[in-house]
Design a binder for this molecule. Structure first.
Ligand code: BG6
Ligand code: MG
Length: 216
């Protein structure tokens, strides 16, 4: 029986994954990279801002200094945060509210485990902020997924052992991180075919949690 569920944020609870892609694509184009694709973006899922930038720069033959890289990441972030202006409750993905309500009814703790330093802003804008017992984000960690740090911090904040935690993720890096941390992993969306995951679903909307033995 599971005692806590740790949710990734971008692409699991909210549609912000699409906004990340748009902002990285805009930066890539500014840097003369015209072939930045959704497949490239899939490798940015779950990983930190600077690690995501490296995925973009792999497509360039130019060499940039650390200062230039920081400026590029800052530029992308400014653009991305601007695109969050209109973010609201309507951008919460289908099935999320119902699943959280089910967990609460069953006494299961909930936390956020997101690489994003913008997690507090996103939770605020989407009205999700008060719904979790703990928040672990890019502001609490130094290591990027697939390192399990962000999930271990979440489990610690909840006072739960990793072995009783389930992580919900849409990224391969996040599924790897959950397993490295000794947790169960539910893969949704882009990560749904990940062979490391214990459970898979198209989304939280179609995940049959009522019949899942983790909750029974
Ligand atoms: C993750 C996203 O949730 O957060 C990554 O999947 C992103 O694509 C990472 O790079 C860091 O986000 P931010 O908001 O701190 O730039
Ligand atoms: Mg994600």
């Amino acid at each position: 029986m599971i005692e806590a569920v740790i949710f990734d944020l971008d692409g699991v609870l909210v549609t912000t994954d699409v906004l990340h892609f748009k902002a990285w694509k805009a930066l890539a184009e500014e840097l003369g990279i015209t072939n930045f694709t959704k497949a490239d973006n899939a490798r940015q899922r779950g990983v930190s801002r600077m690690a995501s930038l490296e995925v973009v720069l792999e497509k360039s033959d130019k060499v940039y200094t650390d200062e230039e890289k920081l400026a590029f990441a800052e530029k992308k972030n400014t653009n991305y945060v601007k695109s969050l202006d209109t973010l609201s409750e309507n951008d919460v993905l289908a099935g999320v509210e119902k699943f959280i309500a089910f967990l609460k009814e069953n006494g299961i703790k909930t936390a956020i485990g997101s690489a994003s330093k913008n997690a507090p802003l996103i939770l605020e804008k989407t009205g999700l902020v008060g719904k979790f017992d703990a928040i672990s984000s890019g502001l609490d960690t130094t290591k990027s997924k697939p390192d399990p740090e962000v999930f271990l911090v979440a489990a610690k904040k909840l006072g739960k052992d990793p072995s009783v935690c389930l992580v919900v993720e849409d990224s391969d890096a996040g599924i790897e991180a959950a397993k490295a941390g000794g947790m169960y992993a539910l893969a949704v969306g882009e990560a749904k075919n990940n062979p490391l995951a214990d459970y898979c679903a198209d989304s939280l909307d179609t995940f049959d949690y009522k019949n899942c033995k983790l909750f029974n």
